[in-house]
Design a protein. Sequence first.
Lengths: 238, 99
Amino acid sequence: MYRVLVVDDDIEILRFCKHALKNESIEVVTEGSSYRVLELIKVHRFNLVILDINLPGTSGIKLLEEIKANSPFHYPILMFTAKRTPKDVQSSIKLGAQDYLVKPLKIDVLQERISVHLESTEDVLSVQLEKPEKIELSLPDDNKVLQGEIIAINEYGLQIMTDFQLPTDTLITVKADFFESLIGVKLQSIKLTSIRCQKINEHQFKIQLSNINILNASMIDQIRVWCKKNYIEMKTVS
Amino acid sequence: MNTKRNINFTTDIQELVPEYIENRLAELKTLLEDFKKGNYPNIEAIANRLKGSAGSYGFEQLGKIAEELETAASQKNHRQTNESLKKLNDYLKQHQNDK
């Protein structure tokens, strides 16, 4: 699965991009302002980032510079520009942008250029656990403890197989023992939100737990080391 | 870990068009209010955005009208701004039922 971040203050451009790039192998994340972008790129691994040159507040050029300086990951960055202003294009390329797209965007041009750049990048990292790890989840409003098995760790968070169903966006707490035993990282009890629950059959549900604070570059590296130490193959999945 | 794969897109933009036009009609009300108040900077900003998106949704002519409006507003040209807003209004009404 590729993850693409599009940053533009025009909601119609974001809507257009989300629609144009709708594909089973691409997740499009949109942002309307620059202030959250640096936080996003520090904790999420994107395969491609697209920035509008004329963002309010922090300009696209400035944001490009900050992303290049602060992101632990490397990926192509493309710029949206209203005109082929030589100064803007030169500044972008000099600061590390791989390409630029002139507005108004045409759907076929956008799709073609994004394909080219994505096909040169790596998939989002995901670790499939050959031997599922047990996990306990507790809900905030009662003392009920639910059991499950972690089957994969990815940059969204955790994938868990369970025999219970939870509504999307339930706030739950995960015992930190899991991380400590799994990858030797001592953590406080983790609160996870943004649950997506998928019914596999009558007795099984796959739950994706996501929290942007759970996995970052440093933790992914530790997972990589842990996998190597335990002879677990790291796989990328679409 | 590089994986080469062909990414196939099959989406066209037509299904987004009705909402785009509806949003523009709502935005037109704001533009007309701004015009009454003489708020040319806001008209210019909206026109600039419109110029950047119209062609993406297949409305090249709308993009040209937006460019005219942007220029007129930047010059605080009352007559030209009024004319461009009329053109905008006519264009949007004409395409209101596009599906």
